[in-house]
Each structure stands twice: as structure tokens, then as C-alpha cells.
Design a binder for this molecule. Structure first.
Ligand code: AMP
Ligand code: GLY
Length: 428
């Protein structure tokens, strides 16, 4: 098979490396890809959101499968366009991707089908939001823009002033554009967070190994929210009993709800869960693989990835046994100094070999490009995801941090406490 992967971050690098293990794969292409991905798959400079451009590329390369990885092209209907042109695809169509594309849709879905989530209210008018928040008078309160907002559309307001500022930015200044035409105000939940990515063909659900993201920029979960500064898998808070409960109260009900709504979901559905004192609840759905969750989940996949993709496409996932390797994985993200705010790009990264790698780890490239003489330069906020697998989590973390220590560039920033919370959970 010839496969085109749409996207250009660490997640796509991880998807490509897992696809490359399959005996069914003859050629791998990526658009737009990045410097590190180009060492493993031929990259083409087509933007992930350019549906026409991507269609032309798929035709030119005569690919057998298009794997659409990021949220925006999925929500915009790239899968529908590819299928209409006769290509086999991986990823949900537009009707199903709305589960991530609209928080109002997903909250209403959960309410209608009794899927546990935070209590909420929806508003279109800024004055109405503020009178609701004032009347509730419960803080922190959570305010979310309806649409996609680069993972930044969630504000946790500690008091009325913060809520007012957030509502004004989202609904009046429209810092996330039309995403902020509607907002969801939500009850603040507490408890450990777990990411569970699930394969589904619209009927059967096969959860992957659970994982834990680290969203804040600085150690001890301080600093600004980011796309994710590191991950570990499996997540020790996610016990066998909790997994069973999530299957019965969340995963299957969600898949059935989407089917009942005439929006069968095929692909990878990401459940962002919070294990609250009142049981597991859904914080968010994503219509795709998570980043950087994929970087710790896929290395633990044992079954041929292409077999899973074909089973999903042919509606027979229920008959396929999806198996996982024992052991743990850890990914430490190395970011540009200043991220998630302003940062300098084009800096030379030292410590990487010809293939953009370092000893004992796998380095998933998120934001790199090749310089004129082939040197690897930073070209994004999150730059590298240094990943290791081992029998135990402490061992995986040790190897990943040794890898991190061997790589550097000017102003590089990374968290030094990835996995510490998971280790504490393992000890208790
Ligand atoms: P999201 O973009 O929906 O993943 O939200 C970003 C982060 O905000 C989540 O990972 C949570 O840590 C936090 N968050 C979102 N919704 C809530 C909530 N209802 N209660 C507490 N924290 C939340
Ligand atoms: N790591 C969170 C996400 O992919 O949305």
C-alpha cells in the first residue's frame, strides 16, 4: 500500500513510524510533514487544511489510503472529499468530526444520552453568560468557546472579573474567531485526568492503552496551558475496574449515540476523562489521535496498524483482536524557549544523528525543518518528543530524560517532572 498521512507534527511522526512496521506498506508520504518526518517519509509542502491541494497530491501519488490526522481538516470534511474522489481513508467524516468541532454539540449529545459529564449551560449572548455566572456565584467556573481554538478555547475563571474578561475576549473580541459565537459554561470538576484513545468502526470500540498528558508549560503544573509537554502510558490511575466502568457508561454509549444520531464515527475517538469523586466523566472528545498521547500509545501497539485501519474501514473491527505490548512509555517534549508565547525559530539543534535521532530513544519531530546544509533547525513551539519504552515507567522515564540531556539548542525548554504524578500513583 501507498499511504499519505495528512499533518506535520509529533503525532504524525508516530503514526508514520507505526505504519512503517507493517509488511503491507510499500511507501509512506506526508503533507506537510517536517524535517524529522522527511527522514522516514517523503514530505510535500501542502497545508493540512488545504482540501483541494491534498486531493491533487493524493491523485498525483496514486495512494491507496489517506490518513487524516489533525482536527481542522477532519472538521472541515477532508475525509468526505477524499471518499467522494474514491480514496480509502482513515478518520471520521465531517458529520462525525463535529463531536470535537462543536462543544455545544458534544455537551448536548452527552446530556441527551446520559453520558457522565460536567453540568453546563449554552449561551449566544455575552450579557446572558455573565448574569448566569453572577447568579451561580460558584468558582472556579469553566468557560469554553464552542468551536476549535487550537486547544486554547478553555478558560478556568477563579472569580467574576476573570470570567468577565474571558467572555469579552471570546465573544466580543473573538480571539478564536467564529469559534466563540457560542460558549459553554461548565461546572468545575476535580480528579486525575486520563486520556483514552479508542479505535472504532462506528459499532465496535477497542480502547488503546491509557495515557496521561501534562498540559501546563512549567513543572508542578504551573504556567500557561500548552498543546502538551509530555505523556506517559499506561496511566496508573486508570485501573481495570475504571476501564470497565468507562466502557459501559461512556465509550459504548457515545458510539451508539453517534450512530443513533446518523453520525457513525469511524477512526480514533479520543476520550478526555476526569476521574471525579463521583465517577469518571467526560471533559472533552477529540475526533482524532491526541498529541503527544500518540507518541506513547502507538509504540505499545502490537497488532499490525494497517490491519486495524482496514478492519475499521470494512466495519469488522469487532472481529479483530487488538493487542498491546507489556511495559510503559514516556515522552518528554522539548520546546522552544518562550513557548506557548513568542519564541525564536531557525536555531540549530545539536545532539541528533543523521536520522534526527538519539541513542536508546525515539525522537518524534514536532516542529523541525532542515537547513541548507541538512542541519536540523527548530521551526515550531513544540519541537521534539523524546520517547522511550521499557518494562517499567521509572526505567522509561530515565531513558527518555537521558535522551533529552543529549540534545540541546539555544533557550530549549522542557519539564523536568514528566511522569512524577504517575509514579506517586504507582507507589500508593
Ligand atoms: P480541553 O481543551 O477541553 O481539554 O480543556 C483543557 C483543560 O482544561 C483540560 O485538560 C482540563 O484540565 C481543564 N478542564 C476542562 N474542563 C474542565 C472542567 N469542567 N473542570 C475542570 N477542569 C476542566
Ligand atoms: N493532548 C491533547 C490533544 O491532543 O488534544
Amino acid at each position: 500500500m501507498k499511504i499519505l498521512v495528512v499533518g506535520g507534527g509529533g503525532r504524525e511522526h508516530a503514526i508514520i513510524m507505526k505504519l512503517a512496521e507493517s509488511s503491507k506498506v510499500d511507501a509512506l508520504y506526508c503533507a506537510p510533514g517536517n524535517g524529522g518526518i522527511s527522514k522516514y517519509a517523503k514530505c510535500y509542502p501542502v497545508k493540512a487544511t488545504d482540501i483541494d491541494g491534498m486531493l491533487n497530491l493524493a491523485r498525483e501519488l496514486a495512494v491507496d489510503l489517506v490518513f487524516v490526522a489533525p482536527d481542522d481538516p477532519l472538521v472541515a470534511g477532508m475525509v468526505d472529499a477524499m471518499q467522494a474522489a474514491g480514496f480509502r481513508t482513515f478518520g471520521p467524516n465531517k458529520a462525525a468530526a463535529i463531536i470535537e468541532g462543536s462543544k455545544v454539540f458534544s455537551k448536548n449529545l452527552m446530556q441527551k444520552y446520559n453520558i457522565p459529564t460536567a453540568k453546563y449551560a449554552v449561551f449566544e449572548d455575552p450579557a446572558a453568560v455573565l448574569s448566569y455566572i453572577e447568579a451561580e456565584n460558584t468558582y472556579p467556573t469553566v468557560i469554553k468557546a464552542d468551536g476549535l481554538a487550537l486547544g486554547k478555547g478553555v478558560v478556568i475563571a477563579q472569580n467574576y472579573e476573570e470570567a468577565k474578561a474571558a467572555v469579552s475576549e471570546i465573544m466580543e473580541d473573538k480571539i478564536f474567531g467564529d469559534s466563540g459565537s457560542q460558549v459553554v459554561v461548565e461546572e468545575f470538576l476535580t480528579g486525575p485526568e486520563v486520556s483514552v484513545l479508542c479505535f472504532t468502526d462506528g459499532k465496535a470500540v477497542k480502547p488503546m492503552v491509557s495515557s496521561m498528558d501534562h498540559k501546563r508549560a512549567l513543572d508542578n503544573d504551573e504556567g500557561l496551558n500548552t498543546g502538551g509537554m509530555g505523556t506517559v502510558a499506561p496511566n496508573p490511575y486508570y485501573t481495570e475496574a475504571i476501564a470497565q466502568e468507562c466502557m459501559e457508561t461512556i465509550f459504548l454509549p457515545t458510539i451508539r449515540a453517534m450512530e443513533t444520531e446518523g453520525r457513525p464515527f469511524k477512526g480514533c475517538l479520543y476520550f478526555g476523562l476526569m476521574l471525579t469523586p463521583n465517577g469518571p466523566k467526560v471533559i472533552e472528545y477529540n475526533c482524532r489521535f491526541g498529541d503527544p498521547e500518540t507518541q506513547v500509545v502507538l509504540p505499545l501497539l502490537d497488532t499490525d496498524f494497517v490491519d486495524i485501519i482496514e478492519a475499521i474501514e470494512e466495519d469488522r473491527l469487532g472481529d479483530l483482536d487488538v493487542s498491546w505490548k507489556k511495559g510503559s512509555a514516556a515522552c518528554v517534549v522539548m520546546a522552544s524557549g518562550g513557548y506557548p508565547k513568542k519564541y525564536e525559530s531557525g536555531l540549530v539543534i545539536s545532539g541528533l544523528d543523521e536520522k534526527g535521532q538519539t541513542e536508546n530513544c525515539f525522537v518524534y519531530h514536532a516542529g523541525t525543518k532542515l537547513g541548507e546544509n541538512g542541519e536540523i533547525l527548530n521551526a515550531g513551539g513544540r519541537v521534539l518528543g523524546v520517547t522511550a519504552t521499557a518494562e517499567t515507567l521509572p526505567e522509561a522515564l530515565k531513558i527518555a530524560y537521558e535522551g533529552v540531556a543529549s540534545i540541546s539548542w539555544k533557550d530549549v525548554h522542557f519539564r523536568r517532572d514528566i511522569g512524577q504524578r504517575a509514579l506517586k500513583a504507582l507507589e500508593s
